[in-house]
Design a protein around this ligand. Structure first.
Ligand code: G6P
Length: 591
């Protein structure tokens, strides 16, 4: 949520493409507006634009950037997504320029304290620039530390001061920020994805740490202003590529990569099985609690069901933004599993902190092994999905479901004292995914794109698949959609059904097929259009999305893939860019 990047270049002049290409790597964090800040003829200047980075690119001149530069891509939290609220912000007398990711919770109080200053935006962030300008300390880094000590909330901050034009000043609390000293200069960024191709190691700031960096110096401080030493970390290659490999969109590319992702999971977990979950750990587990947001929450719901079915241990999944305020007792014999593609989602991290502080056993299921979540948990499980660029999660969701399935089966094996070859099920899924069959979905997408609302229904795991399918469709096509357990349809939901409605029935279990078809008839009787998503042959009067049949519960991944593609195709028909749907950000670093 908001991406920030800073560059100090040996070349004296930063080429605009270098800076904006780096910023582009962070576009998944928001694209409401974009801007850059730099020194020109001894003055701090900013150039900003409402909308995407590509729009900004068209108004930035190549030679105007200087030695030091900051840039920002925004996902609006406080203040409309317009030009006034675009970052960077300059202080009143233009002595400081700042970019910020996070939320300053006490910004209204701080604004009041500042008195008569004229603010140019309605954001929480601008107050930081003004506070820096008003601070009386002689050293810029001390000003930043003093100002940040007054802030409540979360921030990754990157600042430039007119008195130190060749330095960048950095601060962090809760939102991520990293620094790389490469051979051609310095890069500071919200994600190490910006470092690929520029160096081999980087520094990661912890909460309430500060940094002043120039070409010749890099100094870290704690919140008391004391210098601290930090070790560099090795940059693990993320195999980031800005290429869509011939696909029209990242979303499609990533859906098509799902077979490969499952193959990576098989490779990883056949050589490194779940060693941390040994007999001693597993036999203590009395309950499993899974926690996540968005698609990760839906993967958690499916995971909870796997644990219940396979291990017979009580399992429950919570939305992280709810869990953190429930004041639930944290039990030592409960396994807490935090699921997050990015490993940076604020609510998931807050729930994790809460459990960790109470001594619960915390497991992370994540796609980003250098993320805050990966560093905080006791045991981390890599979902091996590779960089996911499209904002709506596809391949990472499938990967989360597969890893949770394998873990539940591994635990089942230990509890039943028998060896369970769960990799066989995963291999069957891989083979089916790699056939890449996406039959007759295009026709259904065309039908759905004309409807006003879509209801996804199903029973048991198929209901959880409905939740994810509905989320995907609304995220990228903006069609109003929701999910409901098939049996609940007549408890109110049918009131929504008429000839403008489409009902997608997910039915992967033969013993529940008739029940689901009865529900379909109830919709049919009310003129709703029915689509059946199932591996079984259904009567011709219903349009069908045929799903391949496999033996295990991982069939839910095949359903997910078909319905991800349905959402993708619907967004294309509606003329929407599925990689950057409105009002969505990939990494939700604010609560
Ligand atoms: C946003 C993204 C979703 C993602 C959710 C949770 O809403 O658009 O795709 O599922 O955040 O993100 P996480 O990184 O924690 O999985």
């Amino acid at each position: 949520m908001c991406g920030i990047v800073g560059v100090i270049s040996k070349d004296k002049i930063i080429k605009k493409n270098v800076l904006l290409d780096l910023l582009k790597r962070l576009e998944y964090r928001g694209y409401d507006s974009a801007g850059i800040g730099f020194m020109s003829l001894g003055k701090l200047r900013v150039i900003k634009q409402k909308g995407s980075i590509d729009k900004l690119r068209s108004i930035v001149k190549n030679d105007c950037l200087g030695v030091t530069c900051i840039a920002h891509t925004r996902w609006a939290t406080h203040g409309k997504p317009n030009l006034h609220n675009a970052h960077p912000f300059l202080s009143e007398s233009k002595t400081w320029a700042i970019v910020h990711n996070g939320i300053i919770e006490n910004y209204l109080d701080l604004k009041k304290e500042l008195g008569n200053i004229k603010f140019s935006s309605s954001t929480d962030s601008e107050v930081i620039a003004q506070l820096l300008e008003k601070d009386s300390d002689k050293k810029d880094i001390n000003k930043l530390i003093r100002v940040c000590n007054k802030l409540k909330g979360s921030f990754a901050l990157l600042c430039m001061s007119v008195t130190n034009p060749n330095s960048l000043f950095i601060a962090k609390r809760k939102s991520p920020i990293y620094v790389m000293k490469g051979k051609d200069g310095i890069i500071v960024a919200s994600d190490t994805i910006c470092f690929e191709g520029f160096g081999k190691s980087y520094y990661s700031l912890e909460d309430d740490e500060f940094c002043e960096v120039g070409l010749e110096k890099i100094e870290f401080y704690n919140k008391k202003g004391k210098k601290i030493k930090k070790e560099e970390q090795k940059l693990e290659s993320l195999n980031y590529s800005s290429s869509k490999n011939g696909f029209e969109h990242f979303m499609l590319k990533e859906i098509m990569e799902e077979g490969l992702v499952v193959s990576n999971i098989i490779k990883k977990y056949s050589s490194e099985p779940f060693l941390s979950f040994n007999e001693c750990v597993v036999r203590k587990i009395k309950k499993v609690v899974l926690i996540g947001c968005g698609s990760a929450y839906h993967a958690g719901l499916i995971g909870a069901r796997f644990f219940e079915k396979n291990t017979l241990i009580d399992a429950r999944c919570y939305i992280a933004s709810e869990f953190r305020y429930l004041n639930n007792k944290i039990d030592k014999d409960t396994l807490y599993i935090f699921i997050s593609q990015s490993g940076e989602t604020a609510d998931t991290l807050a729930s994790l902190e809460l459990v960790k502080n109470s001594g619960g056993l915390c497991v992370g299921v994540t796609n980003v092994m250098h993320s805050t979540l990966a560093k905080m948990v006791d045991i981390v499980l890599d979902v091996c999905a590779g960089v996911e660029v499209a904002v709506a999660s596809t391949k990472a969701y499938i990967a989360q479901v597969v890893v949770l399935y394998m873990l539940s089966k591994h635990i089942e094996g230990i509890l039943k004292s028998k060896s369970i070859n769960f990799l066989k099920d995963v291999e069957e899924l891989r083979l089916t995914l790699q056939k890449n069959e996406i039959n007759n979905v295009d026709k259904v997408a065309s039908l759905i794109s004309k409807k006003q609302s879509v209801i996804f229904i199903g029973r048991d795991l198929d209901y959880y698949s409905s939740l994810e399918a509905s989320l995907k469709l609304k995220e990228v096509s903006y069609i109003s959609s929701f999910a409901c357990p098939s049996g609940e349809l007549k408890h109110g939901y049918l009131a929504q059904v008429d000839n403008t409605t489409c009902v997608v029935v997910i039915a992967t279990k033969i013993d529940l097929l008739d029940k689901n078809l009865n529900n379909a008839s109830e919709v049919d009787a009310r003129d709703g259009k029915i689509i059946i998503c199932s591996p079984f042959k259904i009567e011709d009067k219903y349009t069908q999305i045929k799903v391949e049949n496999i033996t295990s519960d991982l069939i839910c991944c095949l359903v997910a893939r078909k319905l991800q593609y349905l959402a993708y195709q619907t967004s294309i028909i509606k003329g929407i860019n599925p990689d950057k749907p409105r009002n969505l950000a990939k990494s939700v670093t604010v609560e």
